[in-house]
Design a protein around this ligand. Sequence first.
Ligand code: BES
Ligand code: ZN
Ligand code: ZN
Length: 483
Amino acid sequence: MKVRFSQDFGARAKADLLIAPYWEGPREAFKAGPFGSKAETLLASGDFQGKLGETAFLYPEGMPESRLLLLGLGKKGECDAERLRRSFAAAVKAANKKKAKTVHLLFPEAKEIRGVFEGIFLSDYAFLKLKGETRKDADVCVSSLTVFGLDSKHGKEVERLEQIVSAVHAVRDLVNGNADDVTPESLVRDAKAMNGKKLKIKILDRKQLEKEGMGLLLAVGQGARYEPSLILAEYNGAPRSKERILLVGKGVTYDTGGLCLKPLDNMLTMKSDMAGAATVLWTVKTAADLGLKVNVTALAPVAENAIGSKSYKLGDVIRSISGKTVEVLNTDAEGRLILADAIAYGVKHLEPTAIVDIGTLTGAIVIALGEEIGGVFSTSDKIAKDLETASAETGESVWRLPLYDYKESLSSDIADIANVGGRDAGSMKCALFLQEFTGGVPWAHIDMAGPAFVSKPKHYNPTKATGWGLRLLLEFLELQAGR
Ligand code: BES
Ligand code: ZN
Ligand code: ZN
């Protein structure tokens, strides 16, 4: 989207739409401003009250725009970034319905630039690749936006927000994509294409995984047509610092459940099970593009959890790179297996000072927190607090849950640990399992099974794949950089 700034509201060019934001308030506070009698009539009628996300189209004469959109921002005193994201999402949705390509925006008197532009950029997304005949109709994104009443000195900030959101869109594309298009091998190719001066990509293919002894990742991937890999993306933005953050993302490109086959309803959404991997790769790429002053490495174990004669078996005991052996009591608890190997690889080779892993790990977290909140488990109050601070900035909600001493439930009589331990506290047991592979490095685990791929598009997420977590992790990295 091309964004321009102008101070000359009187000298507007032709456009498809003008967005005029209004606060909710007493009737007498409403003044139509320069929009003429039709707007006065609408406001006087009470049919438009400025409630958050409320929209109304008008067609005043003598305007260079084909139509006017009144946009409700809610009560001025309650305004925050998230409310602005949601109201501007409603504006973009309305604009897209009218196929408006050139849009003028009268900037509201709100200090929150981030909320407005994130709302616009995040909403202006569609996944068109798999549209057939209806593709033309769906092609409705805004192409140019002229902002009136905001100093052009904010241009850099807006550009940066757009850059970050374009990475969110890249994650959404990967999560929305077919599981036979977005495969372990395609993710390896995508990562290789990210290799550059600032970002160093390294791939461990099957042979190298064998050499490293990454039995868990190999086992999960062994039933599939596509070979598993470990993708590493390293960025050194603070060469003089000894700190290194590892971001580890679950990359199961399709989760059938393996031999513990999932029922229809549960399998339906499992092309989204690589959201964690997509998130960490694009987070680190964006951190490098923006030149954040942190050292960070993304680790993305990628594999497909397929069912077939070569699938790994229930009851088998498998050795991890850490030396720990794991008894597989459920082949559907595969995410923690590949994350465990990747985390242990990082601990062994990369000298991390902090680890954050993220992925779509358990259905139980969706039962606990619903679709809009990610669950956080952490051995470090500092990391957990920074994630909460970041979350408040980006609107990606998280909730910290305890790492209570339920480790006993994961005990095995023939291995060091079992991969599951009963249905109760299922998400916590997953976290407790992962903790065993962190080697005592300060660590947090984010279970985003809820928000990564939602059942219904909402607010500024126009598709089921939300790209949730990328802005959160990037903000977290910025906090570590001490912006
Ligand atoms: N990928 C699933 C978790 C999931 C569920 C993600 C719903 C998104 C939405 C994961 O691999 C899984 O199958 N977990 C099991 C764990 C169980 C076997 C302990 C689950 O949640 O049922
Ligand atoms: Zn599973
Ligand atoms: Zn899974």
